[in-house]
Design a protein around this ligand. Structure first.
Ligand code: GAR
Length: 190
């Protein structure tokens, strides 16, 4: 059984989609939601969906082994970042080499890096006048949005699209592809 921990910092609509997709899956299970943000709506979603959650602070994340120990104790073998905004520290990267998957709401290498998340990404793509944007699913390394790309999908930026409208289009792509790509990555290693 592949046991996933999903890390999320905010709303958590992708986290919910992933939990629902793998509900009753024969090989893959979302075991827990972790968040750096005690006010994140993803924690409400986890409660409603009956998935346990754990909140950690900056000190615990960057200056202790609490998180890798916590994950090891639950036999977590993959980590999925779904709207998680902190850089993953080296102690977790070492334990989960090529087993941490992130989604970014742009066609990397465009509009990635520190401070580039959520609506800021969509604002940047629109103000650059880009004709298209999309999603990138990639492995996580020690730099923001820099690890090996697993999958990308595109959508058009139409005249008059606002950052909110583009965010909706991107979310639709995320819901459509992210769970499936996670499934492919995990089961191809079976
Ligand atoms: C998603 O669009 C995700 O790609 C993005 O945050 C949103 C979270 O939405 N992630 C990043 O910007 C990471 N750099 P959600 O909380 O509703 O899933």
């Amino acid at each position: 059984m592949y046991r996933i921990a999903v890390f999320a910092s905010g709303n958590g609509s992708n986290a919910q989609r992933i939990i629902e997709y793998f509900d009753h899956h024969p090989q893959i299970k979302v075991e827990i939601i972790l968040s750096n943000n005690p006010a994140a709506y993803v924690l409400e979603r986890a409660k409603k969906l009956g998935i346990p959650s754990f909140v950690f602070n900056r000190h615990e994340f960057y200056e202790s082994d609490i998180i890798p120990d916590f994950l090891a104790a639950r036999n977590i073998n993959y980590i999925v970042l779904a709207g998680f905004l902190w850089l993953v520290p080296v102690n977790i990267l070492r334990s989960y080499d090529h087993r941490i998957i992130n989604i970014h709401p742009a066609l990397l290498p465009k509009y990635g890096g520190k401070g580039m998340y959520g609506m800021k990404v969509h604002e940047a793509a629109i103000s650059a006048g880009d004709p298209e944007s999309g999603i990138t699913i990639h492995f996580v390394n020690e730099k923001y949005d820099n690890g090996a790309i697993i999958f990308q999908a595109k959508c058009e930026i139409s005249k008059g699209d606002t950052p909110n409208r583009l965010a909706e289009k991107i979310h639709q792509l995320e819901y459509r592809y992210f769970p499936e790509i996670i499934e492919q990555v995990l089961t191809s290693k079976a």
